[in-house]
Design a protein around this ligand. Structure first.
Ligand code: TYD
Length: 328
């Protein structure tokens, strides 16, 4: 999005291309003259310092992370390597190579899961105390603390945002929405953890990108901004709507895929509820989510069902092993 919207910027996209990374997702910008792809691992400090010296970046938008809670429960160390060590490597490289820090910015993109779990009422504000529960959220909380520590200690110009659950095209089908679209299409069980009453606040990915754009350009240094969809749903409410939309698109009888719902053992340490108070980003940066959830879900379902080849490519190989270990 930045590549097309800001032709005067040169965008360097650094990615390790793990199982979830896929250059096919950004084939449309591959040949743009203001875009360069760099394959690399943020956990490799020598390499990171080298590319900071080589390219002399003006700013960093740090989105690189291991992000799937279930995987963090099986392999917490991988999350420490990328999310914690990787973030500190980037901070160090920026701090070392940005001799003059004016007009520089290190923007760290994080999650609302650092705040822990809400009961039935209340919302996360930027003042909510950190209380992460999963190895994933603990690793992101740690990275957030390091980013603030670099602001306080070295005056590195930083800004942080903490966002709720994203959905939309191109999301790896381990996350609830794409996983369930794929399973409904293939008549496979829909594994609902616990009683399905956990609440998430869903945000369409393009609304998140727009919030990042606003924060990157107008956010105050040293500040944190929460981003959310104003769109709380229990998992069962979400799954019901999803089934309706997918059944309709597949010309199946409305609700016929409900029979696929299967309650399975709860996720360990499963957070009950996340919800975002948007007051700060709304009043300071005039940002609000724009896309209505039904529309966003329909766009998402259409994208997945129209891109079967993409789905079959990413659900072969390693994905099959993961799925069997996780759900069979
Ligand atoms: P997920 O997409 O993994 O996002 P997060 O854990 O970061 O919120 O899960 C969203 C919700 O859906 C969460 O409450 C866990 C639940 N869930 C299931 O019930 N079954 C599944 O197979 C998955 C992947 C998630």
């Amino acid at each position: 999005m930045f590549v097309n919207k800001y032709p005067d910027y040169h965008i360097y996209n650094l990615d390790k291309l793990t199982y979830a990374g896929n250059l096919e997702n950004i084939a449309d910008i591959e040949n743009k003259s203001n875009y360069t792809f760099i394959k690399g691992d943020i956990a490799d400090n020598t390499y990171i310092e080298k590319i900071f010296n080589e390219y002399n970046f003006d700013a960093v938008i740090h989105l690189a992370a291991e992000s799937h809670v279930d995987r963090s429960i099986t392999n917490p160390l991988e999350f420490v390597m990328t999310n914690v060590i990787g973030t500190v490597n980037l901070l160090q490289a920026a701090n070392k190579t940005w001799l003059d820090k004016t007009n520089k910015l290190f923007y760290h993109v994080s999650t609302d899961e650092v705040y822990g779990s809400l009961e039935e009422t209340g919302k996360f504000t930027e003042e909510t105390a950190y209380d992460p529960h999963s190895p994933y959220s603990a690793s992101k909380a740690s990275s957030d603390h390091f980013v603030r520590a670099f602001f306080d200690t070295y005056k590195l110009p930083i800004v942080i945002s903490n966002c709720s659950n994203n959905y939309g095209p191109n999301q790896f089908p381990e996350k609830l929405i794409p996983l369930f679209i794929n399973n409904i299409q293939q008549n496979k069980n829909l594994p609902v953890y616990g009683n399905g009453l956990n609440v998430r606040d869903w945000l369409y990915v393009e609304d998140h990108v727009d919030a990042i754009d606003q924060i990157f350009h107008k956010g105050k240094l040293g500040e944190t901004y929460n981003i959310g969809g104003n769109n709380e749903l229990t998992n069962l409410e979400l799954i019901d709507t999803l089934i309706k939309v997918v059944d309709k698109k597949l010309n199946r009888k409305e609700g016929s895929s409900k029979k696929l719902i299967t309650f399975v053992e709860d996720r360990k340490g499963h957070d009950l509820r996340y919800a975002i108070d948007l007051t700060k980003i709304n009043s300071e940066l005039n940002w609000n989510p724009t896309l209505n959830f039904e529309k966003g879900l329909e766009k998402t379902v259409n994208w997945y069902l129209d891109n079967e080849k993409w789905l079959s490519n990413v659900t072969s190989g390693d994905y099959k092993d993961y799925y069997e270990k996780m759900y069979d």
